[in-house]
Ligand binder design. Structure first.
Ligand code: EPU
Length: 413
């Protein structure tokens, strides 16, 4: 429940990146030794991944934001439907399990609120490394009884978790793997850094070509996860949409360049008071167009939040979503609050600035719910967001963090 119309002021600290923590936890399955990961955000998707690792047979210990995984024995190299259906990123265990045990069984994810999201690219990569893949009763089975063999592989289209999955499988394959058209997201770089600490030999993560020299085995390591750039970006937009003055701390400004550029073009004043913080101040905003792209382009995970901002900017904004085919569910809910948005295929045309008023709305997915929270912060009156559990999948105590900078927000049963 949010009562809007108040400029936010103060500092908000971001946590570790959910989308780096998820593959990093899966990577722990590659060794029988202990891996200690720092700055793991205590969000729902991470709890699901920990449950999955425990199901597989790993010992998972959580203490003070750090998580220790010890996969001494793999009991069940599988990701069951019950876990995969609540979190698609469960498929990230596929590569590590085939690499470690020579077999894996992972439920097919099924539909998703933001698009089809198949895992065919993950499978093509694993097949190239010598895995035999088949499908049976809703499950994908991959086997490589004689281990995996390094090979060149070019992704048909860029996939973040696909790149991570194939990279994790290739680190213990025999010989060299070269992944072309690899995702360049900071999360891929972070997972590669962890794997290298575990004894892998990976070069080029963060570029389109990743070179991996297979090693016999990996060992334990300690690693701290990078800051969550999407959480940071969401708070920057919160500062802008409320015409406030917000400093986002413990973030990585380099990972947020595309967003900062668009915020600046829209008239916000963004500065970097220290190497790990960004301060935003905003008054009147003007509309700008954005097109989502793979990193270093504008992140699809910030599209919904930016759309909320464009409802409060003067002029017409054309928002083009190129990564997912159905990621505009928030537009209809924003319209219920008074936004003027027309959808045309992969484009949303937002006319602003409109006066938003509090309403009852429904969150359809993680980033859509963040967009509704932002709109509510700018709206007159009270907004009630239903199915807010979506937000807990990826944001740690968002209401407490926003309250800390003056938002009138509370969680009601
Ligand atoms: N795709 C395929 N086949 C595949 C894999 C992907 O066709 O085998 C398509 C997808 O359907 C999509 C496009 O390729 O149209 C790109 O998808 P990608 O594989 O890059 O997405 P992902 O790895 O499943 C990650 C994040 C998402 C984020 C996307 C894009 C994690 C755990 N998830 O998903 O995060 O939106 O990359 O940047 O890293 C979120 O945090 O809210 C979230 C959805």
């Amino acid at each position: 429940m949010i009562r809007g119309g108040k400029p936010l002021e103060g500092e908000i600290a971001v946590g570790g990146a959910k989308n780096s923590a998820l593959p990093s936890l899966a990577a722990c399955l590659l060794t029988s030794e202990r891996v200690a990961l720092g700055r793991i955000p205590p969000v729902r998707d991470i709890a699901t991944m920990q449950k999955l690792l425990a199901h597989i047979g790993a010992r998972v210990t959580v203490a003070d934001g750090s998580v220790t995984v010890e996969a001494a024995k793999i009991k069940r190299p599988e990701a069951p439907y019950d876990l995969v259906k609540t979190m698609r990123a469960s498929s990230l265990v596929l590569g590590p399990l085939v690499a470690r045990c020579g077999r894996a069984r992972v439920s097919l994810p099924g539909g998703c609120a933001i698009g089809a999201r198949p895992i065919n690219l993950h499978l093509a990569g694993l097949e190239r490394l010598g895995a035999q893949v088949s499908q049976d009763r809703g499950y994908i089975e991959a086997v490589a009884p004689n281990g995996l063999e390094g090979a060149p592989f070019t992704f048909d289209r860029i996939s973040v978790t696909g790149t991570e999955d194939v990279m994790m499988a290739a680190v213990v394959a025999r010989g060299e793997t070269i992944i072309e058209n690899a995702a360049r997201e900071p999360e891929v770089v972070d997972v590669a850094a962890l794997l290298n600490k575990m004894g892998a030999s990976i070069e080029g993560a963060g570029t389109s070509t990743i070179r991996i020299e297979g090693v016999e085995k990996l060992h334990g390591a300690e690693h701290s996860i990078i800051p969550d750039r999407i959480e940071a970006g969401t708070f920057l937009v919160a500062g802008a949409i409320t015409h406030g003055d917000v400093t986002v701390t413990r973030c990585a400004p380099d990972h947020l360049r595309a967003l900062v550029e668009k915020l600046t073009q829209a008239g916000a004043h963004v500065t970097e008071p220290s190497p790990d913080s960004l301060r935003i101040r905003a008054r009147k905003l003007k509309s700008v167009d954005v097109k989502t792209e793979e990193h270093p382009g504008f992140a699809t995970d910030l599209q919904a939040q930016f759309m909320a901002l464009m409802t409060q900017s003067e002029g017409i904004s054309i928002i083009t979503e190129t990564i997912f085919e159905n990621r505009f569910m928030h537009a209809l809910e924003l319209a219920r609050m008074g936004a003027n948005i027309r959808l045309d295929g992969r484009q949303a045309i937002v006319a602003g600035a409109t006066r938003l008023s509090g309403a009852q709305v429904i969150a359809s997915d993680l980033r859509a719910s963040a967009s509704l929270v932002l709109a509510a912060l700018a709206a007159k009156g009270e907004t009630v967001i239903d199915r807010v559990y979506h937000i807990d999948r990826g944001y740690e105590k968002i209401e407490a963090k926003l309250k800390g900078v003056g938002a009138r927000i509370r969680r009601v049963k």
